[in-house]
Structures are given as C-alpha cells and as structure tokens.
Design a protein around this ligand. Structure first.
Ligand SMILES: [Zn+2]
Length: 172
C-alpha cells in the first residue's frame, strides 16, 4: 500500500522536509508518543492534542477529535464530506480533489492540500508538547493555507496562487 503511494508522495509539490514527513507518516515511522514508547516505556502515550487515546499516527491525523474538526472545517470549505477513517482514506480524499491525470497547476496545488494540513497538525502537536503552546483548529487551517500559497512556487506558479478566506483560489 505504501509502496504504491511512494511515487505520489515523493512527487508532491511540497518542500522536501514535508515529503519526508509524509513518507514517515505513511510508513508509520513518525515519532508519535505510541512509537516512542517502544523504546521509552513509561513515557506518556496519550494524544497531545486531545489528551485522550493512544497517540498513534492513525489517531493523530484521523481519529483524534482535533483532527476530525480540522478535516470537517476543510470539508465545509471545499464541499463534500471529509471524515477520513484512516490515512489511506485521507490520501484518497486528497487525490479526489483533482481529476485523474490532470497535470494542471490547479491540480498540482490541490495535491499539496493534505500534506499541508497534516504538516501543520504535526507542527501544532510538537509545539504543544515541547513549547506548551496551544493550537486551534482554525489556526491549523490558516497556517495550511499560508503554506499552500507559499509552496505554489514549487508548482511553477508563484504569484498565481491565492488563498483567501476559506477558499483556495488558483488563477492561471
Ligand atoms: Zn487525540
């Protein structure tokens, strides 16, 4: 399953660190509390964002109440139900944003949406654990939109990507 996604993950028009992060996430190698507890038994294993449940990769991005709210907000912005049951489902939802074999600028940018949101959730989770800062679901969406806009240059359309309010406006 992961091997099939690898070309898509490495082909995403996002910074290398985000592609590497995605590769780790889909290979279940992110340093979540559950993963770290393998080597450091006794460390907290509960989800940093909801304070409940075992923090696995699946939980962090799909099962967590925080993540669910983020995806719900995203769904209300983009239209359509965004309730990913697991990472594979989440990836498919992202892929469905553009038509098959669509190599347009818009398509490339939309393909960076799921990585952008996952990346910001991960950063927010890390900030909460290591800096004690609180992250809001609205803040995640705002930061993700900023990233998508900034990463638009990787698609060859630096000034043609506008992310405003709750919409991703792509002009070409
Ligand atoms: Zn949680």
């Amino acid at each position: 399953m992961v091997a099939r996604k690898a070309p898509q993950i490495w082909g995403c028009k996002v910074p290398f660190k985000v592609r590497f992060f995605m590769w780790l996430a889909f290979n279940d190698r992110l340093l979540t509390c559950a993963y770290c507890s393998i080597w450091r038994p006794g460390d907290p294993t509960s989800s940093a964002l909801c304070g409940d449940n075992l923090e696995t990769t699946q939980h962090l991005f799909c099962g967590c109440a925080f993540a669910k709210e983020v995806w719900l907000n995203l769904g209300s912005s983009l239209g359509g139900g965004w309730c990913p049951s697991d990472l594979d489902h989440l990836w498919e939802l992202g892929r469905r944003l553009s038509r098959r074999n669509d190599r347009s600028l818009r398509s490339k940018i939309l393909q960076s949406l799921v990585p952008a949101v996952m990346w910001v959730i991960w950063i927010g989770r890390n900030d909460k654990i290591f800096r004690g800062t609180l992250v809001s679901t609205e803040g995640v969406w705002e930061d993700a939109k900023r990233n998508i806009s900034a990463w638009g240059c990787l698609c060859g359309g630096a000034s043609r990507v506008l992310v405003e309010r709750n919409s991703i406006l792509i002009t070409s």
